[in-house]
Design a protein around this ligand. Sequence first.
Ligand code: ARG
Length: 259
Amino acid sequence: MCQFSRLLVLQLVLCLAFGHIYGHQMPIVGGSAVTEKKYPYFVRLYYENKFICGGSLVRNNAVLTAAHCVEDSSGEDFSVKALSVHAGTINLGDTGVEREIKYAMVSKEYDAETANYDVAVLILSSTIPSASVIPLDRSAVADGTSCLVIGHGHTEEGGVVSNQLQKTYVPVVSREECQREYGDNGIITQYMMCASEPGKKDSCPGDSGGPMICNGKQAGIVSWGEGCGRVEYPGVYTDISKVYGFIEYALMIENIVFI
Ligand code: ARG
């Protein structure tokens, strides 16, 4: 962390004095690097060969991600042809197993303005036989539960994506408390849940679409937040227990042949 040449005494002094602030790698925000392939259900989502979001395998041919990951900032849907996923790696530099997307499903309830109902199901062009899938939590998670969040997102507000997959644990904050914190700066709908360790641990841009895992099941999808790791604003996640019906339905449609 503190690298300096013998002559740069000033740098040494600064590094020792402030190293804990500016020298720290702040992964995800306030997490640590994943060094083993412990989360094989984690996937990266790409658009036109650019990394855009995280996601999770919920079937060996289906990925769960955020709706805002499959449309551009003006609310236009992305062309499914230009989307792809990479599975089975913990470093952005590794290709892993790559699949194209056959089709993407977003609910009509999704509202790009408020990020309400921020969930999408992507059906892959072909199965990933080696896939390990994450079970979904059908019931709401209790406030205060410590949940795992993983992703390649920015390691600090205004930062850059992280080549190495990062993880952190964040406690669930009640929806009421979260709405109080956001005040007029955001609506916390019944389809959202909040979590963060104020000022310390949070998800950040680039983590979107990725899973939040509580008690071994996926309970949330990284959705939005004001800045990252701020004291006053928790991270906001899509509450899987509230959109479970949509996910189940999307996965079922996949088995229906339209003629
Ligand atoms: N919307 C972001 C993305 O597209 C996720 C931001 C999460 N922010 C937060 N403070 N938890 O990657």
